[in-house]
Write a protein that binds this ligand. Structure first.
Ligand SMILES: O=P(O)(O)OC[C@H]1O[C@](O)(CO)[C@@H](O)[C@@H]1O
Length: 542
């Protein structure tokens, strides 16, 4: 952002900082003025430390960034990812379900449609337990999704979130980490002859995924007494590097493409979502795409004042650059969304965790806050103490679902009551006078005051509440698309490229050089700490 834009935020923040949320919440029609709906999602931001003038200042900055032009450029397939010279077209993956004319190039639409059709055939073959055109083994009961980062987090979250829609035809397992404990335990518990391995890697170069693939391959080869060809039938691959997948020994008919114009963390809508399609069936997978497309349409047409992704982005910018909060918490009140914080960590922090501009220059403002969180109410009994009374303020997204997919009414009422109570407690707090009035009888004056001080809640801690009508493929798709577009707008305002991730490369390179040194060889090229730790590990492992 420009200096003048940051100044305007600073002025608004200085004006609003002394105004307690308690006061803002007393404003006439506060909820009506600061909540919006798009399809199945309601966004209540009345508990944000915002008022109309502050929102207008954010809107002015947004307009100065020509946000509609950037948005349309993305949908059109312009090269938004300049450092890798790639368009950004995850929205094309669901364009077929949009009510608006697609802006995506026709060739892209065609390859997306073709892949979706092939995916549907694969799902059908597994469901009917037939080899289909893919030469799949029969009698599959279990599927391992072998992939990490974007090749894991989205599909894993979705499989959890849509548990109520599972067909029960196969059990789904996820193997992201190179940590052999999970690999070993999966191999112990599954029958290799009834297990399908989905090797999901956009690049087909990821160390963790390829190492686990080799281990699982050996497991399968052993199960077929050394018959590699039969073992190979258990592998399907999804990759943008189709040649590498084929070279790995997976025949073309069992390789589904994704493309360089889809970032890993934006890829659940592509064949990367195959494990989800196997779990819930193609109709529900399509409903997910439809839900995301509806959010795309909303993003493409709504005025910024009513545009949920834009508002979410502006609230984030306000909390980060106006009020200066360095962290952002995500608390879903639904066990099925328990992995949403991890998904958003990659989506937001890998996309926006940059300190140079898209042109390689310095930035004037802070970028992504630390995104973290956990499921409510569990989180309340773990780290909410610090959120209520700690010295740092962490703005939150509290996410709830109105209608559960079960009949345990009392449980759901309690869950919702907690969701609403926490937002209120963070905003309103409890004054020293209230705490004093509640202090138990029989204490002397100094003990009463001491206890009251400890039982005071400053409040004034902002949160937004996102309320989904129910958690189904459509609303879930809309929720993920909402956050994807939030990232686009924040990247625009912060002037960064949200679609590359150079920051993950250095550690990968170093790991490659450390790997052989763990066993033997000179350590002189390493720093003192690495040297010392390798020597210790060598000693401990003999
Ligand atoms: O799908 P791939 O190419 O194996 O990459 C997995 C993940 O690794 C990263 O490249 C980061 O190392 C992520 O961006 C990506 O989602």
């Amino acid at each position: 952002m420009q200096a003048g834009q940051l100044d305007s935020l600073a002025r608004e923040a200085a004006r609003l900082r002394p105004v307690h949320l308690r006061e803002l919440l007393k404003q006439e029609q506060r909820f009506e003025r600061f909540s919006r709906r798009a399809g199945p999602i309601l966004l209540d931001f009345s508990r944000q430390k915002l008022d109309e003038p502050a929102l207008a200042a954010l809107g002015t900055i947004l307009d100065q960034h020509a946000w509609q032009a950037r948005r349309d450029a993305m949908f059109r397939g312009d090269v938004l990812n300049a450092s890798e010279q790639r368009p950004v077209l995850h929205t094309a993956l669901r364009a077929g379900y949009s009510a608006l004319p697609s802006l995506a190039p026709a060739a892209v639409r065609a390859e997306v449609d073709e892949t979706l059709a092939r995916m549907a055939h694969m799902v059908d073959a597994v469901e009917r337990s037939e080899p289909g055109d893919f030469d799949l083994p029969e009698g599959i009961t279990d599927v391992i999704n072998l992939g990490i980062g974007g090749s894991d987090l989205g599909p894993r979250l979705a499989v959890d979130a849509l548990a109520a829609f599972h067909t029960g035809r196969v059990r789904c397992h996820f193997l992201p980490n190179v940590d052999g404990h999970r690999t070993a335990s999966l191999m112990r518990s599954l029958d290799p002859r009834r297990t399908l391995v989905l090797l999901v890697s956009k690049s087909f170069t990821t160390q963790e995924t390829l190492l686990n693939a080799a281990v699982l391959k050996e497991w399968l080869v052993n199960a077929y007494e050394g018959n590699g060809e039969r073992a190979n039938r258990h592998f399907l691959a999804v990759s943008a590097n189709v040649d590498a997948a084929r070279a790995y020994g997976i025949p073309s008919q069992r390789v589904l493409p994704m493309w360089d114009y889809v970032g890993g963390r934006y890829s659940v809508w592509s064949a990367v979502g195959l494990v989800l399609a196997l779990a819930v069936g193609m109709d529900h997978f399509r409903a997910l795409l439809r839900g995301a497309a509806q959010m795309d349409d909303h993003f493409r047409t709504a005025d910024w004042r009513d545009n949920l992704p834009v508002l979410l982005a502006l609230i984030g910018v306000w909390n980060r650059n106006g009020l200066g909060f360095p962290a952002h918490g995500v608390i879903p009140y639904h066990d099925g969304l328990g992995k949403l914080p991890a998904f958003l960590q990659q989506l937001e922090m890998e996309s926006l965790g940059k300190s140079v501009s898209a042109e390689g220059g310095d930035l004037r403002q802070a970028t992504v806050p630390v995104v973290w969180g956990s499921v409510g109410t569990n989180a309340q009994h773990a780290f909410f103490q610090a959120l209520h009374q700690g010295t740092d303020i962490v703005p939150l997204d509290l996410i709830g679902v109105a209608r559960p997919a079960h009949a345990l009414g009392a449980n759901h009422e309690a869950l919702l009551a907690n969701l609403l109570a926490q937002g209120a407690a963070f905003a309103l707090g409890k004054t020293a006078e209230q705490a004093l009035a509640e202090s138990p009888a029989g204490l002397d004056e100094s003990a009463r005051h001491s206890l009251a001080a400890q039982r005071t809640f400053a409040g004034d801690r902002p949160s937004s509440t996102l309320l989904l009508d129910s958690l189904d493929p459509g609303s879930f798709g809309a929720l993920l698309a909402l956050y994807e577009h939030k990232v686009l707008i924040q990247a625009l305002l912060w002037d960064i490229n949200a679609f590359d991730q150079w920051g993950v490369e250095l550690g990968k390179t170093l790991a490659k050089s450390i790997l052989p040194a763990l066993a033997s060889g000179s350590l002189s090229s390493f720093d003192a700490s690495t040297r010392g730790l390798i020597e210790t590990l060598r000693g401990l492992r003999g």
